[in-house]
Design a protein. Structure first.
Lengths: 325, 395, 325, 395
């Protein structure tokens, strides 16, 4: 065990994967000698050479196209997109290609070895284009897996899980926590399971569900709510696609209430999918409407980002409203 | 110092559009089957020449029969390679059979050359239970892992950067193989093309980009696709080796690709080949070219038929005869018809093919959707004739 | 009034718009002399000249980038994407650019004059890449409008509405109905409102909600259900973004039941957003869980597309299940 | 016949990578402020020359002060134009002020030249209530409809095909205007670049593509960005007129752009200009170049300072003196500091700026979200110091 921040944990995961298998490659804009603009790939080129960790030209559609080809060939590409806001030029390669490669070929070919890493989320004064949380854009795409870690321990274990998973996986990293989140991280290889939500805290009155940086927000809100005598169950979804509806439904059967929160705008956000599924599965158990606490239905603002973001006070209010319904 | 250019200096503001740096078209074989003056006999033995020729005829016969089948309503859709057989087969034949092929959709000739059987073609075309693609894609979306032919994907140009990546993997593997990627002059307008070429030269990747410039992207003539003289000059922008070749000249295509493969594999130099040809048929069975081009124009190109040109050459060498031609054509026609009959009668893929291969295993929520679907089909079997019997089994 | 199929109605709308305003331009792959692969732009080049109706090179990101620039300049571009399946290379230009142009500039600049047309949907033996219904991918993007017509009359009126609307609008055309749907279409200019759902039939037991080609499916299902004595209310959403939640909620207040159907896969589909919103707004009125009848969570298949698609029988079953809950 | 090429024929398979078709760098002014031999005095009058020079100094002073302000924590982020002032301002100055500018982000010099006031810069940098962009974008994302300067957008290269479209609209409008689009050599790797150039020549659009090749895209040197000798050779691929120019040579940049504008506006010939320069500062205030390049390399380029070079020229012409320099610098420094103090004290944009301009009007559901937000802020005013007072008003 070592104390690490999230960036170090991610770097350690990549290092671990590259040491274990020389087919693992890391590449993207500025990931080579510089180690990435956030330094997630620090020292990997120095350690594993320029052919396994390198800068690419500045073209996201090319990076993912290249990565798809590499994965089909049998290599294990871990491609970095510098900011999740810049993943959209690669949307076609991800949604029409990565996601459908196995299905369309009848399993003759696949790109299951592909992992795409990208920092996402707000709270760093990034404005429209350094703050987006695009997970829901991809969650409508059968064939992809989508993972979001909440802390360094999770980040390393889930990233190794994603790299080993035989399906193309998007790994969105909450960049607000890159240096802010510090914790114990086991040494060596360990993999956390994809597709399984984690119950962080049991409770009986209301279920709180989120992922990534929102878990911290949820914890703050729950602290306030529990002072009011409300018993909260906290779930980290961890994998957005395919998501663990069973764990969420079981919790709601018990609590009868659900508050889901994410940073992305409300409309079309993944909380909608969760609410739609849970209202169906838990219809007779629900004691109040499923609440969504999210960003506004606007592009991401800068100066008033605090007002825009679903912080602990908004989550707390939603808990209260749910319980008082 | 990254902005130092190796170019010289000028003190007058001169503009250039590069139009004067023409890329000539490499030709070896005349339409009458004789070599151009000064061209030496190609290094192509009889066995290989006949393998190429048979693949060309197979492609032509298949295309003719299947278009007819489509017209009869037996097939939903078809696309012909007609006119471009030399560009496709001549290049594939210059490779090692273990090299990877990433095609666009009009390259059935490459598969025919590698030995894809008529049965295999038919199973895909009819999407029956033996189709490797499990009846999921439209006709002509072939694939074969055995023959190193990547399954076709409809979105244009996506396979081009994938080929760069695939070839990078081959280079690291160090097994001396390369990738060839085929695409039309229309698809070369996509952003993915630009990314692929740039990354290939930056990362020194053993990949051959083979552009089939057949004059049209559906109805759009090449003159409305780009202002330059073809696609070849784009290679200059990436410092990529390029050659333009007469795409109807089997010998030139083969020779150019062989040289390109050597550069790719031995020196990690990616190469762009622009094969100048013409799409003699409609874009697809859904298209009617009379809306955008003249019969006269087509007739000019029909005169340049690449198959006939090769046949003349073979006959000059006495490697091929009228009788052999007749026999081959008849045998193939019969085989295609018989195989078609078999293939169209075969049952469709099983119901579970709807949900397998989305992931390596079926996730629980999808499995639940599938179980619900089966119950539904059992309730309304007459509405689902293709799968009602399949839905019976299971839970 | 003239009898037209949907293609003719669309062609008529474009003709009407081009005749009225010479800044209206139509372009895309094969839309010039050929009139588009579906012939939606037939004769427009002949009538308005090559500078106003033309082929573009084969590059969707360029088509929409070009269209964004034109719209910012004050022209009125109507760009065609040949199939909705091929809109993804333009995803960045649409989601990061068109949608955010006005907001990021503080309304100094906008691309509100932009309309993007694309044929969508299954049922034509198109397999993975000629069948997709991508509306939900865009519905997570504040700043865009998304419209889907159900018949020729609606197609002309809504397309003219979209062209005149001062916001960038995606207009998805149900290609299965291009020739199959025939009806009376008024002559000349008329605009149907964006952002308003339409109640096609009133009823008291259950609300059916859909858009585009699914409206026909709903009507068939309702015919069956009404024979069983179930009174159905039918709503055509028409505009997916921003959507008319008020009309839907009012209906559900009355019926207490909602069945939503679309062709796109379930997870992340727009029915999820609708269900999430309506369970919140109508919580105490709901008599059964909101049901979603959609495509499977898979890429779009070919041979078994009938099994995949949410047809009238599946909708009928959902109505029954909702009423019998 | 669309596949007819205008190129000749060859009977041997020769490959070319175009490396021999070098594009020379156009230069007029030496670092000592004298013209190269044989270069004639530029057609640039004193008034315009000083307008250019003042814009360069304004840019430099602004950049120095604002980077310092960022280091003091007064500003969240900043990007400098340092080293590239001539490339940007020389080209803008060659245009009509009514021509459209679509910039990447490092072109504040163009705005300074057009007359964007220090106040206007500051309001954007501090995102206060007077920021035209209403505090929504990060610092340096300027825009001005009055000055025909499109608001900056962070996603790279998206503005390049937009410029092609904008210019197509200008051509149809027939008012004799054109668009210039700026981008880095890194951004030129994006697919959008390829689309933009191709569409521009196909549709004959009055647009000038100005590539600032400053050697780096953040940490990535141009040598890892492309294998070719710069970006200029890509023009060959689209049959676009191209010129390469010394980006630190104000006269050459100005002269080349003037000629380009003439071609664009009078003949609808789009032009690519590659301005060879160097990013003297860090990529942005978040970057530290010591991780990827040497001080020595930077020093070489510091010697080529474009502002000093122009100043020498002005002094030779006796259009500028030491005194004037001192006065200008001091005045500007003072103005920047005073304006900054004013700007940072101004209140942020009103709360409703969160929800306006998403659409032309606020849709009902968004209005409802906003009302809920106001209630929430009123409940926790201390948590929202920037907007608590604003939330009071209204419903
Ligand atoms: C991304 C994308 N856009 C559009 C299409 C529709 N489409 C299919 S084939 C085609 C023309 C392709 O022309 P070209 O690349 O020259 O190949 P050819 O058909 O001439 O062999 C078009 C526009 C597509 N399949 N993918
Ligand atoms: C689509 C996209 N990808 C990545 C980025 C992140 N990014 C911002 S600036 C930059 C480098 C740009 O280099 P260049 O175009 O050469 O311009 P320069 O900074 O040198 O002026 C990168 C990678 C971005 N803004 N947009
Ligand atoms: Mg073609
Ligand atoms: Mg640069």
């Amino acid at each position: 065990m070592a104390k690490m921040n999230m960036l170090q944990a991610i770097n350690d995961a990549l290092d671990t994967a590259m040491a274990a298998n020389d087919r693992v490659l890391c590449f993207g804009e500025d990931v080579g000698v510089f180690g990435g603009v956030f330094r997630a790939t620090s020292n990997l080129q120095q350690k594993y050479g320029k052919s396994r960790c390198f800068n690419t030209p500045l073209v996201e559609q090319g990076i993912i196209g290249f990565a798809n080809g590499l994965a089909a060939q049998g290599s294990v590409p871990v491609a970095e997109i510098q900011f999740a806001d810049y993943i959209f030029p690669a949307f076609d390669q991800i949604v029409n290609e990565s996601a459908k490669f196995r299905y369309r070929s009848g399993n003759l070919f696949d790109v299951g070895r592909l992992t795409i890493r990208a920092p996402y989320g707000g709270g760093i004064a990034g404005g429209l284009y350094h703050s987006q949380s695009p997970e829901a854009y991809f969650a409508h795409t059968p064939g992809l897996k989508i993972v979001v870690p909440r802390n360094p321990h999770q980040a390393k274990g889930l990233l190794l899980g994603a790299i080993h998973d035989p399906n193309p996986t998007l790994f969105f990293e909450p960049k607000r926590l890159y240096r802010a989140s510090v914790g114990d991280v086991p040494e060596g290889d360990y993999q956390l399971p994809l597709g399984e939500a984690e119950i962080l805290k049991e409770g009986t009155d209301v279920t709180l569900l989120g992922w990534g940086a929102q878990m911290e927000v949820i914890e703050q809100a729950v602290e306030m709510a529990e002072k009011d005598g409300i018993s909260c169950e906290i779930i980290d979804l961890r994998t957005i696609l395919p998501w663990d509806a069973d764990t969420v439904a079981s919790s709601v059967f018990k609590t009868g209430r659900l508050v889901v929160t994410h940073e992305a705008p409300l409309t079309g956000g993944f909380a909608g999918e969760i609410a739609a599924t849970i209202q169906e599965r838990c219809f007779l158990y629900l004691e109040s409407p499923i609440a969504r606490v999210t960003g506004l239905d606007t592009p991401f603002p800068l100066v008033l980002e605090k007002e825009h973001l679903p912080n602990h006070l908004k989550v707390y209010d939603a808990i209260k409203a749910s319980v008082d319904f | 110092m990254s902005t130092t250019t190796k170019s010289g200096v000028s003190h007058t503001p001169k503009f250039t559009d590069g139009a004067e740096f023409r890329i000539p078209t490499f030709k070896m074989l005349k339409q009458d089957g004789k070599l151009y003056k000064g061209v030496k006999e190609p290094d192509l033995d009889r066995e290989k020449a006949l393998r190429i020729y048979r693949a060309m005829i197979t492609t032509r016969v298949l295309d003719e029969r299947m278009l007819a089948a489509q017209r009869q309503g037996r097939l939903s859709f078809y696309m012909q390679c007609t006119g471009e057989e030399a560009a496709v087969i001549g290049s594939t034949a210059a490779l090692d059979d273990a090299d990877m092929i990433m095609a666009q959709y009009r390259e059935q000739g490459a598969l025919a050359y590698r030995g894809f059987t008529i049965d295999e073609f038919m199973n895909q075309l009819f999407g029956n239970e033996l189709d490797y693609g499990k009846g999921r894609q439209m006709p002509i979306h072939y694939g074969s892992s055995k023959l190193n032919y990547m399954t076709i994907s409809s979105p244009l140009a996506t396979q081009i950067p994938q080929a760069t990546g695939y070839a990078y993997g081959q280079k690291l593997a160090g097994d001396g193989h390369c990738t060839i990627v085929y695409f039309g002059e229309g698809a070369a307008s996509e952003g993915d093309f630009h990314a692929a070429l740039n990354m290939a030269t930056v990362h020194r990747v053993p990949v051959i980009f083979l552009c089939r410039n057949n004059g049209y992207a559906i109805s759009t003539p090449a003159t409305e696709q780009f202002a330059a003289d073809g696609v070849a000059p784009r290679a200059y922008g990436y410092k990529m080796d390029v050659i333009r070749v007469d795409g109807n000249d089997i010998l030139a295509v083969h020779e150019a690709t062989r040289a390109a493969r050597r550069m790719a594999v031995e020196e990690n130099r990616p190469v762009l080949i622009e094969a100048m040809s013409y799409r003699l048929a409609a874009h697809s069975s859904s298209d009617d070219p009379s809306g955008y081009r003249s019969k006269d124009e087509e007739a000019v190109w029909r005169e340049k038929d690449p198959i006939l040109r090769m046949r003349h050459w073979l006959e000059h060498r006495q490697w091929w005869s009228e009788d052999e031609e007749k026999h081959l054509q008849e045998t193939l026609r019969r085989e295609v018809l018989e195989t078609m009959k078999r293939a169209e009668k075969r049952p469709p893929p099983p119901l579970e093919s709807l949900v397998t291969d989305v992931y390596d295993t079926v996730p629980p929520a999808l499995q639940a959707q599938f179980e619900k679907l089966k119950v539904h089909i059992r309730k309304y079997p007459e509405a689902y004739p293709k799968s009602a019997s399949h839905a019976k089994g299971g839970s």
